[in-house]
Design a binder for this molecule. Structure first.
Ligand SMILES: Cc1ncc(COP(=O)(O)O)c(C=O)c1O
Length: 408
């Protein structure tokens, strides 16, 4: 049975994370269920961006590299992300995009096992991962083997150099068991690169405890770093001195301001920097990460489970035309919930017009991000009521809802 509105309100009243909502700018009348695609704006970011622009850039100008800590920002923000993913502070750095960081890690790690010719990944993995893998494989002289999810373990073998997996799948939210897959890969002598884009800041992660050695992840999703925020890259301490980034820019040099012709990698994780750090983006990401203060991931995850269960129960009761395609068991999924419907695109557009923002993933999926830091239980209730009205009235059939923009 689905809960009543009073019961849902009681859940909000008892929510220990309720106050965190005040840390974010949530537009009036909008129920934002797309924080797994672009996180919302933290209140602190507005003031901080103004400070960076006006005071640090405007007044202090180039002196800010030293005086305002700009030059250390990639490591500093990386260190703040580390506890969210179960890593040590010196194992995470912020740089470039997730796509570029993946490229760096694939090429760097592949060189450690030159006698192993296969880069293995999952069919239907997020497409940037597969596209980057194909280019990196060509350069590193690897053969890209793309296997259906259920066949990945069987394909791991003595020829596997790297296994590239997205921890939580972008579409239906299926999650790999990180410790188990890492152990399986290691048992045949292969390494795993994890894409944590739909995991970081959402599901409990223990990279160190799971034996993970290499990972990347998005800054603009659950970490609320803003559109196009720089990405983070993780390399286990034990591996750092053995890897060489294929993108050897001056910021990854041991002495960037020595201006030498030869390349000497910086010690540790800093060698994965390439060019000049994007300070405005880093400052915004830092605010996004700081917005997790006092909200441990375990507590966020416990709330995410309840948001998911509520969403699933309400849709089952009120929107039977939608089929939930996300796994029900919490340990098998991430923090979004997805539904299939042959007219998912149009329904999604009608919902957006009604102020409920989720997203469409081709060919037939509507996806809703459950972000416990700022979502309440009543938001879920209200979103499903609006969805029910759209489905019952058939309003999604209006021609305007079939018009497709470049971004869905
Ligand atoms: C699993 C995964 N990897 C990577 C990306 C994006 O990478 P980039 O920030 O380089 O565009 C996304 C974006 O949605 C994603 O879902």
């Amino acid at each position: 049975m689905s809960p009543s509105l009073d019961e849902v309100r009681a859940m909000d009243a008892a929510d220990p994370l309720r106050a965190c909502r005040e840390r974010f700018f949530l537009p009036e009348g909008v129920i934002y269920l797309d924080g797994n695609s672009l996180g919302v704006l933290p209140m602190a970011t507005m003031g901080r961006q103004r400070e960076v622009v006006e005071s640090e850039w405007g007044e202090e100008l180039i002196r800010s590299w030293n005086s305002r800590g700009w030059i250390e920002a990639p490591q500093r923000v990386g260190a703040k992300i580390a506890p969210l993913i179960g890593a040590k502070a010196n194992e995470v750095i912020v740089a470039d995009s997730t796509s570029v960081n993946l490229f760096k890690l694939i090429v760097a790690a592949a060189a450690l096992a030159p006698d192993r010719p296969v880069l293995l990944s999952e069919a239907g993995n997020f497409h940037t991962d597969l596209h980057i893998a194909s280019g990196a494989a060509e350069l590193a002289r690897l053969r890209l083997d793309i296997a259906p999810r259920g066949e990945i373990e069987a394909r791991l073998g003595a020829d596997t150099n790297l296994l590239l997996l997205t921890h939580v799948h972008f579409k239906a939210g299926f999650r790999f068991d990180m410790a188990e897959m890492t152990a399986r890969a290691r048992a045949v002598g292969a390494r795993v690169i994890w894409d944590l884009s739909h995991s970081a800041g959402a599901v409990p992660l223990d990279l160190n405890g799971s034996g993970a050695e290499l990972a990347v992840g998005c800054g603009y999703k659950y970490l609320n770093g803003g559109p196009g925020a720089p990405s983070f890259l993780y390399v286990a301490e034990s591996l750092q001195e053995r890897l060489m980034s294929p993108l050897r820019g001056w910021m990854g040099h041991a002495a960037p301001f020595a201006f030498t012709d030869d390349y000497r990698p910086a010690p540790g994780i800093a060698r994965f920097l390439a060019g000049t750090p994007p300070i405005l983006g880093l400052a915004a990401l830092e605010c996004g990460v700081e917005a997790f203060a006092g909200a441990p991931v375990d507590r966020l995850w416990a709330k995410s489970i309840r948001l998911f269960d509520l969403f699933a129960a309400l849709v089952e009761a009120h929107c039977p035309a939608l089929t939930c395609i996300s796994p029900r068991e919490p340990e098998r999924r991430g923090s979004h919930i997805s539904f299939a419907h042959p007219h998912a695109f149009e329904i999604c557009q009608a919902l957006i017009a009604d102020g409920v923002i989720g997203d469409f993933r081709a060919p037939d999926v509507i996806r809703f991000g459950l972000t416990p830091l700022y979502l309440g239980f009543e938001d879920i209730w209200e979103a499903v009521q609006r969805m029910r009205s759209i489905l019952d009235s058939g309003r999604w059939r209006e021609p305007r809802f079939a018009v497709r923009g470049k971004v869905t």
